[in-house]
Ligand binder design. Sequence first.
Ligand code: GUN
Ligand code: FE
Length: 454
Amino acid sequence: MGKYTQIFQGTAFTSDSPKKLSILKDYLFCVNADGMIEKIVAPKQADYQLLLDTYKGQENFHRLAEGQYLLPGFVDLHVHAPQWAQSGTAQDLPLYDWLNEYTFPLEAKYSDLTFAKKVYEDLVDTLLSNGTTTALYFATVHKEASILLAEICAQKGQRGLVGKVVMDDAEQNPSYYRDQDTKTALINTEEFILAVKELAQTVKQGVYPVVTPRFIPSCTDEALKGLGELALKYDTHIQSHCSESDWAHHYVQERFHKHDAFALNDFGLLTDKSVMAHCNFLDDNDASLFARTGTAIAHCPLSNAYFANSVLPLSRFMAKGIDIGLGTDISAGATPSLYDNVKQAVVSSRMLEDGVDTALPAEERGVPNSRITINEAFYLATAGGGDSLNLPVGQIQENYTWDVQIIDTKVSTAKLPIFDDNEDLYDVFQKLIYNVRPENIREVWVQGEKVHSR
Ligand code: GUN
Ligand code: FE
């Protein structure tokens, strides 16, 4: 018996920084009882052979097969768990109508815990099988169903950060779907935080309560202030939507005569544990405030194509040093896959750079220097997400969690186009990111535990 709980031998792809991808060919990855990567050993290192001799043939020794590769588990920074039940519908409506005609009536149904359990169990399974090991969730206004989502993450082994959504403004929200009043919204939020913190004490991979004003238009000033105070009191993560669309951005300007970023900051809602979805309409002052406060952006490129009337100036915000990760934004983004969003992040950035209106001359059509590379998009889905949450996740590195996907490029129903056994590994990586389907994701591990296999 050795000192490690699991040892893996194989080739891994992991981001060191937005532009730098590390390829760890045939390394050993040593995982301890806490589910942390304690040691990573290159083939040329002295103890490589010693470790192999000690562990080979044991049950906890895993040699990846030919054609299999390790990737970090993905970090999805923006998921509306209840909206999984409508994923793919009503994508043609504008944001305001989509919320009022489809989304709020659906979310109201989660007062029914039987319905909530059915959808949430399916969603957590689906996200895990798509390689998502950490997810930042909006639940609904219902305290009980929100706690249930945290319990389901705990039980299925996913690292879930969960928010009970606050929507207390009686003028802005329908009577059938809102908090009863401001005081109740804050009491329920506090009880929710305490319940999830209690649950977390027994959960290896962690579950976390998140203070979650839906967006400024759904909350009163008093609720926003109270939520900022609760986040401070309990040192929680915070999430909301920020400057998403023309309509949402202008609503806040009319109400506060400032942009979302400064309004949220006034209520104590921009901290280094804050993750704001979208942020397409941030100006340079807003972006500087994000960088200064350590607030992160959840970039949701597929959702944006439908509901944000714009493309996020991603490379400009990355250059400012803002933490940024990727989100599916289920169901405004109609896919449970961050692979789809990695690809779309690249596509959207290219279209922003080149522009789209051929009536304009090429040099006036786009926004120069906007494109991002596949390395940068992969970084956002992994290390960028981990940094955004201030958690040691998203990288295959010593002192990070063992959260990984084992990708099999040779699955008979989903073979990747690799025809040369000695193909350049960076080409393998690119093919993998562009072509992986759920069938190729053989195993998913979170905090040293296997949570999915096929
Ligand atoms: N703004 C307020 N609520 C929502 C939501 O559920 N999805 C999106 N995309 N934007 C929102
Ligand atoms: Fe959203």
